[in-house]
Write a protein of this length. Structure first.
Length: 565
């Protein structure tokens, strides 16, 4: 598949940004793109063509700068190429992102090599992936002098090299929505959208038609029939209404499929600030759906929301073997376990609680309506439990890998395809996303931790975690992890500075927000409205803090905070 930059669906905002070394003979200027779709009015790079007398290194650096401007099929960048080669270069195969402060151009004409620290990649379908620490970019450039004695690039590999600063200025990221294989629940994916005259709405719909990210392909599906396209090639937005006209392949779809693809479109396009509703048609004729009008809004598909339950705001804390609900500063005893606890987590419907004893050897479960805990399994060092949408519990057991407690009480190991990130025995913690399919995983080799995201693939006989890929590069040690939203993961841990920090990592664009953490921070939790709470241990004292505008306020005593409605 090709990287559809001309159609516009790549984006990214990196933590590290800046410009590569820019020769004075090839400045880069910035302007605002004008578009009828206000969401596409990003600041983008407008590059300058080569100047007379540029030496080979200036040509290479000028080409790198110009590669940030995709207009006219990278027309300015192609001016740095030899005329005979310019038509052969294919920029649409993917992007490598580098740290501009580390870039070096080495060698001498006719062959130069560009090297730099590699931050990540953007695939041909617009999906970003973080690189491992220490990864490097290395790309050779062959140059020649043309008939006028001007140096030009005569050969290089396909694809694009962009600095993090260029990517940050030129691209934007969005969530997009697919379904599980039963078409019963939405799954969140992400796409990276470049500055494009086609507009963000057009780019997002094209991304839906291209299908989910590779790691989600085995567990996610698109309701659009194969071959579906945009009839007129674009999605205009008028007075807040995105008008999506699809090709005739939709006519063969049944009601359930039409409803599913409608939900995908409405949830995806509603993330745009200039879209309040969606009007769907097929070759100019309105798409007929029972009990729905011609113009659909997010409220029509609210039952499919992957957002956390906004009613889950009542804080619950562990104090030894007791669990208290803390409401308006008042403690209410809710549960008494047979032994002191260290972790507790409710299922997604807030009807059951899974808890781990303080020695981390026993996992117990109780119904929310009573306080009778039942032992469901034992282990050597059980992590904080996490639930999927079907009522199954996942946890890691140090050195033993990941295990699952099925809703019927059956226990079985979970196979983990971790490849270069580590082995299944190195899984330290897992956390299931609110869509019940994506899963965050912490792996540890005993020296350094890595945070990755994958997908849960289930059959009647086994469960696997597939498609694990690193989501950040700076975290070295993890104490706790939680999904802070459907598109971000929050981590209590440290980086190379060994400082206690709260990291909030966006899966949309790889950007990480850093905050200081309370001394002794151990566990992190997020309520249904996105407020962050941290429990900390300071000697024999245990406190729960709430984050507010970057600072921390002590709320109550205890550990292992979780939320109920």
């Amino acid at each position: 598949m090709k990287l559809k930059i001309s159609g516009g669906f790549l984006a990214l905002a990196m933590v590290l940004s800046g410009c590569a070394g820019i020769p004075s003979s090839s400045e880069v200027f910035y302007g605002e793109e004008i578009s009828s779709d206000s969401s596409a009015q990003f600041v983008r790079v407008i590059a300058r063509p080569p100047s007379l007398g540029m030496d080979p290194e200036e040509i290479v650096r000028g080409f790198l700068d110009a590669s940030a401007d995709p207009s006219d099929n990278y027309g300015i960048a192609r001016q740095y190429l030899d005329v005979e080669f310019a038509g052969n270069w294919n920029p649409l195969t993917g992007i490598e992102i580098y740290e501009p402060s580390t870039i070096e151009v080495t060698g001498s004409a006719p062959t130069l090599t560009v090297g730099a620290d590699k931050l990540g990649t953007i695939s041909d379908l617009g999906r970003y992936q973080s690189s491992d620490p220490g990864a490097q970019v290395s790309k050779p450039f062959e140059l020649k002098q043309d008939a006028n004695g001007q140096w030009r690039i005569a050969n290089l590999s396909d694809g694009i090299l962009l600095s993090s600063g260029d990517v940050d200025r030129s691209f934007r990221s969005f969530p997009i929505y697919f379904f599980n294989t039963e078409l019963s629940a939405l799954i969140v994916d992400n796409v990276l959208v470049p500055v494009s005259n086609s507009g963000a709405a057009t780019s997002l719909v094209r991304s839906l038609l291209d299908g989910p990210s590779a790691y989600l392909t085995p567990v996610a599906t698109s309701a659009f029939p194969i071959g579906t396209t945009l009839t007129y090639g674009s999605v205009p937005v008028t007075n807040g209404i995105a008008q999506v006209d699809l090709s005739n392949e939709i006519l063969g779809a049944d009601e359930a499929t039409r409803r599913a693809l409608s939900a995908q479109l409405v949830w995806t396009l509603s993330v745009l600030p200039n879209v309040s509703a969606v009007q769907i048609s097929v070759s100019g004729q309105p798409l007929a759906l029972s009990n729905l009008g011609a113009i659909q809004t997010i409220q029509d598909w609210q039952s499919l929301s992957t957002l956390p339950n906004s009613d889950m705001t009542n804080l619950n804390v562990i104090r030894n073997e007791k669990i208290f609900s803390v409401v308006n500063g008042t403690d209410n005893l809710k549960y008494i376990a047979p032994a002191p606890l260290v972790f507790a987590a409710p299922n997604m419907t807030d009807t059951r609680i899974a808890a781990v004893t303080a020695d981390r050897r026993s996992l117990q479960v109780t119904n929310s309506s009573d306080s009778k805990f039942e032992l469901v399994t034992q282990g050597d060092q059980i992590s904080k439990p996490t639930w999927d949408r079907d009522g199954n519990i996942y946890f890691s057991d140090a050195g033993q890998g990941v295990r699952e407690i099925l809703s019927d009480g059956t226990s079985r190991p979970v196979l983990v395809d971790v490849s270069t990130l580590g082995t299944k025995d190195q899984v330290k913690q897992v956390a299931v996303a609110s869509d019940g399919v994506r899963i965050a995983v912490v792996l540890s080799n005993g020296i350094q931790d890595a945070v990755a995201v994958g997908a849960i693939f289930k059959t009647d006989s086994e469960t696997r975690v597939i498609g694990l890929h690193r989501i950040e590069r700076s975290i070295t040690s993890v104490r706790d992890i939680v999904w802070s939203s459907p598109t971000s993961v929050a981590v209590i841990g440290s980086d190379e500075s060994n400082s206690e920090l709260l990291f909030d990592v966006s899966l949309l664009d790889g950007k990480t927000k850093l905050f200081s953490a309370p001394v002794g921070a151990q566990q992190i939790s997020v309520d249904g409205t996105g407020k962050v709470f941290v429990s900390a241990v300071d000697g024999t004292n245990q406190f729960v803090f709430q984050q507010s505008f970057g600072s921390w306020t002590q709320i109550t005593t205890g550990i292992g905070g979780f939320f109920s409605n």
